[in-house]
Design a binder for this molecule. Structure first.
Ligand SMILES: [Fe+2]
Length: 465
């Protein structure tokens, strides 16, 4: 137990939950683009975070009720943009969550972006780790308040909680192949023991897969000193291309299951997408369970490519730039977060929770992997072949089924000549669903302020992500 303040005027005693480090069932909150909200009319920058008060409330309640193991906020935290009072208000807002469970944050453009000539220099006159894009989205903060107020906020990080490893990258600095960050990500992913932690997640602020036409290199939103050099195009498509080129091979090589992104203030769920080919390697299939529909990505052995989720919906006003991209499966303009629940080594589910209208599940998806992650190490081709026939996988079932059908057809054709038999494939019970919270709409006591706030949010305009 730690205590802040003088002995005569000590702080409130707070209790933090320490989650399991390996091979345990866990529930994580995944969110981005939060901001600061109030339940009255006091607000600094209306479109940046008014509904975030409800995100904080819901997450705080979950954490205090021991229904959450950790939370990950990947960029655009407070939108303080140089106003320290807003940082203080935001810190107060997140206290119920951040004091109860581990709360990992990483940098976004509103923490890090600053014109190139404003970056501080070290004693040798060299710049500190510079912002990749320039612009002025941080209000000149250069990441300093975020790092200072939140302790040792790393530029990038990796952590394992239960059976999930989360590698958090910083899309605002150099991530090109061979850079310090690229090497860090590679080493983190390579070190994962899939026997212990079968699920691997990457987070970053600017999206590696996004359905958006936002931004252009010509505009270089947010600053006068932005230089659109190769690899530093700040448009959504420009950043996506760079991430796919530089980080994509790592996601494929180390079989990352999920990639979470923010920056666009929207919820988008995409297919499992192969960066190299530019195609979906797997789309979800609807599964009806107890009257609700789950979008299931069934992985016979290993993730063919990561499923991409954009969830920049924790509070900032919506970014309406979607264009019905072929890889996009769901687009929602609601505020909330993804509750990620690793039940076991074969089942990982995510629920996008609407926090403004009560805790309603707006999208429910699941990754189902029959192999239990065993074959998702960097296996040799021989080992992969062995795993394919090890039993229990969907590929195995299909293979046996096909052999049986062909054998039956051969016998029938030889001995009877004209009669064909048809078989119905029996349903296979792939997994057990463990429902937790949120099945019923949550009563958040929608008072007049809440409704007015919601109206204002829906009617306000968008500035920048
Ligand atoms: Fe952003």
């Amino acid at each position: 137990m730690a205590m802040l303040g003088s002995p005569d005027e000590a702080s409130e005693v707070l209790t933090m939950y320490i989650p399991p480090t390996e091979s345990a069932e866990v529930t994580l909150a995944m969110l981005a683009d939060m901001g600061r909200g109030t339940t009255d009319d006091s607000k600094t920058w209306h479109e940046y975070g008014t509904p975030s008060i409800y995100t904080s409330q819901v997450l705080g309640e979950l954490a205090s009720a021991n229904k959450l193991d950790a939370a990950f906020l990947f960029g655009d935290l407070s939108y303080a943009v140089g106003y320290s009072s807003v940082w203080e208000e935001w810190l107060d807002q997140i206290e119920p969550l951040a004091s109860a469970v581990p709360f990992q944050v990483s940098m976004g453009n509103h923490e890090y972006n600053s014109p190139f000539d404003t970056w501080p220099k070290d004693t040798l006159g060299n710049a500190y780790v510079p912002d990749r894009y320039g612009g002025g989205d941080s209000g000149g903060e250069c990441g300093v308040p975020a790092k200072t107020l939140l302790g040792e906020v790393e530029l990038f990080s990796g952590v394992t909680i239960g059976m999930v490893t989360v590698v958090s990258m910083n899309t605002e600095i150099d991530f090109d192949t061979g850079s310090d960050q690229w090497e860090f990500i590679k080493n983190q992913l390579a070190a994962v023991d899939r026997q212990q932690t079968p699920w691997v997640v990457l987070t970053g602020h600017r999206p590696g897969l996004i359905d958006s036409s936002y931004g252009s290199c010509d505009a270089c939103h947010g600053g006068d000193n932005c230089t659109c050099t190769e690899g530093a195009d700040p448009s959504d498509l420009g950043v996506m291309a760079a991430l796919q080129r530089e980080i994509g091979p790592l996601l494929e090589e180390y079989r990352v299951d999920l990639a979470f992104w923010g920056h666009n203030h929207v919820y988008q769920r995409h297919c499992a997408y192969n960066y190299a080919t530019g195609e979906c390697t797997m789309r979800s299939a609807p599964l009806e369970v107890n009257g609700s529909t789950i979008a299931v990505y069934e992985q016979p052995m290993c993730p063919p490519s990561p499923v991409h989720i954009v969830v920049g919906a924790a509070g900032a006003d919506f970014t309406r730039n979607s264009n019905n991209a072929s890889y996009s499966e769901v687009v929602l303009y609601e505020h909330g977060f993804v509750q990620l629940h690793a039940a076991n080594s074969t089942f990982l589910e995510g629920k996008f929770i609407d926090v403004v209208h009560g805790s309603v599940v707006l999208d429910h998806f699941a990754l189902v992997r029959q192999s239990g992650g065993k074959s998702c190490e960097a296996a040799s081709p021989e080992e992969q072949e062995e795993d394919l026939f090890a039993g229990g996988s969907a590929a195995h079932v299909v293979f046996i089924f096909t052999v049986v059908i062909l054998a039956v057809l051969a016998v029938v054709l030889v001995f009877y000549g004209v009669t064909f038999y048809f078989y119905d494939r029996p349903p296979k019970n792939h997994f057990m669903l463990r429902e937790r919270e949120y099945e019923e709409p949550r009563d958040l006591d929608l008072d007049q302020d809440h409704l007015e706030m919601q109206s204002n949010v829906l009617g306000s305009s968008f500035r920048s992500n």
